[in-house]
Design a protein. Structure first.
Length: 155
């Protein structure tokens, strides 16, 4: 593997890599989805990264992130209802209930989804599908302040 290549990657191209980060808080009203696409897009646009990825991470164990349809709110309501039925709060066999009956179900719902998403960046903009948006998925009943951290890496 001569000529500066290692496993098919040209080593010289790594020199132009850069990374930047930004964060923001989202106030929730309790269970449900909140679109954060515009907040992430603003940070990506201000990053000076033209080609790369943005990693979006929520710093909590009872909230998650999903890429979901953003055109018709009924799609998100169906997702929320599905999780209500999949992991009901009234399960008597949960033992981790110190913060209330929605505590353990919120952790399970988070584990079944994700706490991070990685989105391509091309031309200084996120590359999402026509109807895709990035959503914070709050799994607790009470309002919370959720912290989202983003890292944009590329060139």
């Amino acid at each position: 593997m001569g000529d500066g290549a290692c496993l098919g990657v040209v080593v010289g191209r790594c020199r132009g890599m850069a990374a930047t980060s930004f964060s923001f808080e989202i106030g929730t009203r309790g269970k449900g989805t909140i679109e954060i696409t515009d907040r992430v897009a603003e940070g990506v646009a201000g990053s000076a990264i033209r080609t790369g990825t943005v990693t979006v991470f929520v710093r909590h164990t009872s909230a998650s992130l999903v890429i979901m349809e953003n055109a018709d709110p009924s799609a998100r309501r169906d997702l929320e209802e599905y999780f209500e039925r999949l992991v009901p709060e009234d399960s008597r066999w949960f033992t981790h209930t110190i913060e209330g009956p929605d505590d353990m179900p919120s952790h399970i719902r988070m584990a079944l989804t994700r706490t991070s998403e990685v989105i391509p960046v091309v031309g200084g903009r996120m590359v999402l599908g026509t109807w895709q948006g990035i959503f914070l998925f709050e799994h607790r009943r009470a309002p919370h302040r959720r912290q989202v951290v983003c890292v944009v890496a590329g060139e």
